[in-house]
Design a binder for this molecule. Sequence first.
Ligand code: ZN
Length: 272
Amino acid sequence: MGQSLTKVKRFLSNNPICIFCGGVTPSTSQDHIPARSIFIDRKWPEGYVFSACDSCNNSSSDAEYLVSFLTAVGWDILDASEATKQKAKEVFEEFIIRKHSLAKKITSASTNQKRALARQSGFELPRGATHSQIPLAKLPPEFDAALKTFGVKLAKALHYLHSGNQFILPAEADITAFGETNTSWLRGESFQDYELFNTLFPVQNLRRENIVLSQQFSYSYGMTGDFRNSVFICRFGHVFNLALFVVLDSDEFGDSVNRSIDSLSENHSPIP
Ligand SMILES: [Zn+2]
């Protein structure tokens, strides 16, 4: 305990400013982004720890549970490992306790719709599974506020990390977030089909102790050399994606980011 307190103190003295509220507030705690609750077996990626003030650290706990729930959807039929199944069970139980009214609102398509979409997209059912088990999730608008909170915080953290821990986004940075589930992918309307994203850096497959964490979280990104614009395409589990766009200036990359936002908006709505 003493040792870990010393570690936290050292971290805060090396990272004295909260990176989430514009670079003006002293940091008081460490914030794991994405939240540790989305990772199985206490194996979260190393280095994804950020300095936060108390208010920023506490601003996203509901949103984090929502995303850990979305991340776990489908694990029970698409992943065989016992640890994964156990984690899915815990997440579902906790979510139902904490968010009973919202949990009931995650609608699933009818079996006929699932069958039609699966045929259209060439989706292959795992052995022994039936079409009704395809984890096809649709998100109700009641989730918007939480997803926006989560997405904005994630964009600030990843932007800071990929600037080499140099650039804290100022308060005026414009952050646009889009969320999609596998319902969009099966329709061929996924973020991943957009041209700009093919030019991004390769997917970041995070590891911890030689375990690849991509069944929980992976992402690709692009960023300008001056750290003023960035794009992050984040995938959580099997059914949920977030696309995050950070624009501080309208230079050439900023323009292409804005064009991507326009083009995505034809099939998706930004999270308000
Ligand atoms: Zn803060």
